[in-house]
Design a protein around this ligand. Structure first.
Ligand SMILES: [Zn+2]
Length: 696
């Protein structure tokens, strides 16, 4: 007579795209360069839904949860996941070694008794993967370790409901009820006592102590397991590890004939039934020798999954098409930043960048360059104020505008926001098409109401912002935002351009009202001086004339200061880099500035409390004619026309009325601050004016 052996159907892995999204997130944010051996969950079902006949093991984003997620009809098993750093290490790692180790882990759980209390440990998996993060390509290979060479002679296959003991519906119902009361772990492997047809857990029948002379007779029990396989003639993968367990705890079962129940459930109308379960009557082979040797043999374990072609080899998943494109663009946009944290700047606080609200005055060449750089640093909230419209001369220099925008004459701020969103849909950008009132630009009666509204709007925006960028095309247009930035203690970054030079600086940040004494600059040794962040000057501190109408009575080439095209890109980029260095500094806007008294470079080694990105200078002056750059720092000026206490006090007490006075006559600033007096005492004084000319 030909011997017939029971055959087993392996699991097929079904990996939900949400799992891969989680893998990307964990790799970038947590594991970085570590190839962590991560515990995960997978789930299968023994509910026959008449769709899949083959056993499926499903894995999704909940697989990384610390506790096993609960879901009706699903059984959870433990696995491990390793994401290799390179495709080479993925290919080269020793698969046979992994298989043997994972198999022996099951054996260890059997002999330690762990699987007695938690039978689901007999059912394990492992995923070896390599994630190509930039392309969203995933290579993976699943392993379901299972003892091989354990032959089960198949004597008969009987439907449970046709078996004498179970042929009453009432018995089956009670059995199912008992089964459903078991927890996830006990459900996977259990026994039914023949005498009373009651469900028994493994640890109620076996124990480590009695395993040598266990009193179990093969005929006394049905050995049951929740079977992921739904075919009539095959059993699911977990059965052989169960038999290994039984042989360890009850060695005399070797060579014996046993009844194994492949426990399956199905739903009929609103009823849950188990009458589709199957009894395999099998004789366990007795030619395997001592188990300890058997499990340690080289090819005792099997379980690497076959790929779609039916070969033993990794599967490939291209998630580009199936992941949400907006989510994809978000994680891809952040990829570069997250990679910085792997090795280069591990403590980089990306959340700080994400949550920082930036307000940009001016949406010209500088405004465009700054907003793009901010986005690439992960800044999400960008608000642009600009009263101009996109003109034909703009698109070639101003990187956010197109010919179409100039054709339609769209307001610059509106076009900038539209195009920022086109570049990155998740940016939280807002446009305000406003002309910011300026000193020396008198406001007529007819514009009074509108000016009041504009000032209110600007005040509100400054209050809400964390960082303010001054990127406008005139000196006087920076005055109001400088006053407001000082008053509300905001980080203010200023960029101004000359033909082939630029100035990028941050304003001091201090409490107002606060001490009005300005200490002498501290010597820090090695020719290095230090100015605290509270006492750094603003853009106007070095400039003792009040800003007037700089555009009045100027020819076109004087009005639109001509710059070398690269200057605005360089200055825009530096403005953002300076802002980010400030944000990443532990003292934020109050970070001290260090500078050398001679015109030499400040080395970061000279500076004790630098940002994690390096030093945080007060100002950066660059000259394209010599391709050079210097980092001067200056203290705030007690009589500054924008940031001094006297000005802030005027603003505090008189508010809009004070601002209106200044808009109507900028000379008033010199009077209020007492600069006027100084002029009188300088006989040779003619005119001290800013050396920057302006363009935006
Ligand atoms: Zn100042």
């Amino acid at each position: 007579m030909n011997e017939k052996f029971l055959e087993f159907v392996p699991y097929s892995s079904v990996i939900n795209p949400s799992f891969w999204s989680k893998v990307v997130q964990i790799k970038l944010d947590v594991d970085k360069l570590h190839e962590c051996y991560r515990p995960i969950w997978g789930f299968f079902t023994n509910v026959d839904s008449n769709t899949y006949r083959t056993p499926l093991l499903e894995i999704d984003s909940t697989s990384f949860n610390l506790t096993c997620p609960e879901a009706v009809g699903s059984l959870y098993i433990k696995g491990h996941f390793v994401n290799k750093n390179t495709i080479e290490s993925f290919k080269e790692c020793d698969k046979a070694h992994i298989l043997h180790n994972e198999g022996l882990n099951i054996w260890k759980d059997i002999i330690s008794g762990a699987a007695l209390d938690n039978p689901s440990l007999l059912n394990k998996f492992f995923i070896l993967a390599f994630a190509e993060l930039k392309k969203y390509h995933f290579y993976y290979w699943c392993l379901y370790p299972c003892i091989s060479k354990l032959k089960l002679n198949l004597t008969s296959i009987t439907n449970l409901k046709d078996c004498g003991s179970f042929n009453e519906q009432e018995v089956l119902n009670r059995l199912l009820e008992d089964y459903l009361k078991l927890d996830n772990n006990q459900k996977q492997f259990f026994l039914i006592k023949r005498s009373d047809l009651k469900v028994q857990t493994l640890n109620s029948c076996f124990s480590i102590k009695t395993k040598e002379n266990i009193l179990i007779n093969e005929d006394d029990y049905f050995f049951c397991f929740s079977d992921p396989c739904m075919t009539d003639t095959y059993a699911g993968w977990p059965l052989r590890n169960y038999i290994l367990f039984l042989l360890y705890y009850c060695p005399k079962l070797a060579g014996k004939s046993v009844n194994v129940i492949s426990f399956r459930i199905h739903r009929q109308e609103s009823q849950t039934l188990c009458d589709n379960s199957i009894i395999f009557t099998v004789r366990i082979s007795n030619d395997i020798g001592p188990l300890e040797d058997f499990v340690n043999e080289k090819d005792s374990w099997i379980g690497w999954e076959r790929n779609e072609k039916g070969n033993f080899g990794p599967k490939f998943s291209n998630m580009r098409g199936s992941l949400d494109p907006v989510g994809l663009t978000q994680s891809s946009a952040e990829l570069n930043l997250k990679l910085m944290k792997w090795n280069l700047v591990p403590n980089l606080d990306l959340e700080r960048n994400h949550s920082t609200k930036c307000l940009l005055f001016g949406a010209g060449t500088l405004g465009c360059a700054v907003s793009r750089s901010l986005m690439s640093w992960g800044v999400k909230s960008i608000t642009l104020i600009d009263g101009g419209k996109v003109s034909f001369s703009n698109p070639v220099r101003q990187c956010l505008y197109t010919y179409e925008d100039s054709l339609k004459g769209i307001p610059k701020s509106v076009a900038a926001v539209k195009n920022l969103k086109e570049i990155y849909p998740l940016v939280d950008a807002h446009a305000f098409s406003l002309f910011v009132p300026m000193p020396g630009h008198p406001v007529g009666e007819s514009l009074l109401k509108q000016t009041l509204e504009t000032v209110k709007e600007v005040e509100k925006l400054v209050k809400e912002a964390d960082v303010i960028f001054l990127l406008t095309d005139s000196r006087e247009s920076r005055w109001l935002p400088t006053v407001l930035g000082s008053y509300y203690g905001k980080i203010v970054i200023n960029a101004a351009l000359g033909f082939d030079s630029y100035l990028v600086m941050r304003h001091g940040v201090r409490q107002f009202p606060g001490p009005d004494t300005i200490p002498v600059e501290e010597n820090h040794g090695n020719g290095v001086k230090r100015i605290s962040g509270e006492n750094l000057g603003c853009y106007f501190c070095n400039d003792v004339t009040a800003p007037g109408d700089s555009l009045h009575n100027r020819t076109l080439d004087q009005q639109c200061t001509i710059t070398r095209p690269g200057v605005s890109m360089i200055a825009g980029a530096l403005a953002v880099e300076l802002a980010i260095s400030v944000l990443q500094h532990k003292d934020g806007g109050r970070a001290a500035a260090y500078y050398k008294t001679e015109n030499v470079e400040v080395f970061s080694s000279d500076i004790p409390d630098e940002s994690l990105l390096g030093i945080v200078p007060h100002s950066i002056r660059g000259f394209l004619s010599t391709f050079s750059q210097v980092l001067p720092a200056t203290q705030r000026y007690k009589q500054c026309i924008a940031c001094s206490d006297v000005i802030l006090n005027e603003y505090k007490t008189r508010g809009f009325e004070f601002l209106m006075d200044i808009f109507n006559s900028s000379k008033l600033l010199e009077k209020i601050t007492g600069i006027e007096e100084i002029y009188k005492n300088i006989p040779e004084y003619q005119s001290i004016s800013s050396d920057e000319e302006f363009t935006d």
